[in-house]
Design a protein around this ligand. Structure first.
Ligand SMILES: NC(=O)c1ccc[n+]([C@@H]2O[C@H](COP(=O)([O-])OP(=O)(O)OC[C@H]3O[C@@H](n4cnc5c(N)ncnc54)[C@H](OP(=O)(O)O)[C@@H]3O)[C@@H](O)[C@H]2O)c1
Length: 89
């Protein structure tokens, strides 16, 4: 199982399409699964947020590879850029 964060983003979505087309089992850590579009039916969905450590600890179960593309470039309501981009990573 591969865990992909940032699957709804500029880089993450084309990567996700390639992975699912190649038959790679993928779990996506997402805040809103609707943003995955049609790909949401082809993946495991782990609801989560970089501000919620328990959510991505849960998402990591059984995972061998992580592609971490969730990207934070400024403070968000749930955490500072240091917490979300640094500590969470
Ligand atoms: N785009 C480029 O040309 C480029 C070039 C060089 C390097 N990079 C690097 O590649 C990585 C991905 O960039 P990108 O352009 O694809 O980013 P992006 O389009 O801005 O996408 C950001 C992703 O991060 C997710 N995200 C944001 N805050 C989150 C949070 N608190 N918890 C969970 N997920 C969160 C977003 O999910 P939501 O859908 O929920 O908002 C979205 O999937 C970054 O590290 C960037 O520096 C990008």
């Amino acid at each position: 199982m591969l865990l992909l964060t940032g699957a709804t983003g500029t880089i993450g979505m084309p990567l996700l399409r390639r992975l699912t087309a190649a038959g790679v089992p993928v779990r996506c850590l997402v805040r809103d699964p609707r943003r995955l579009g049609v790909e949401r039916v082809r993946v495991q969905i782990a609801l989560g947020d970089l501000s919620d450590h328990l959510s991505f600890r849960h998402a990591l179960r059984g995972v061998e590879t992580v592609v971490h593309l969730a990207s934070v470039i400024r403070d968000q309501p749930n955490g500072s850029i240091e917490e979300l981009a640094g500590v969470a990573t």
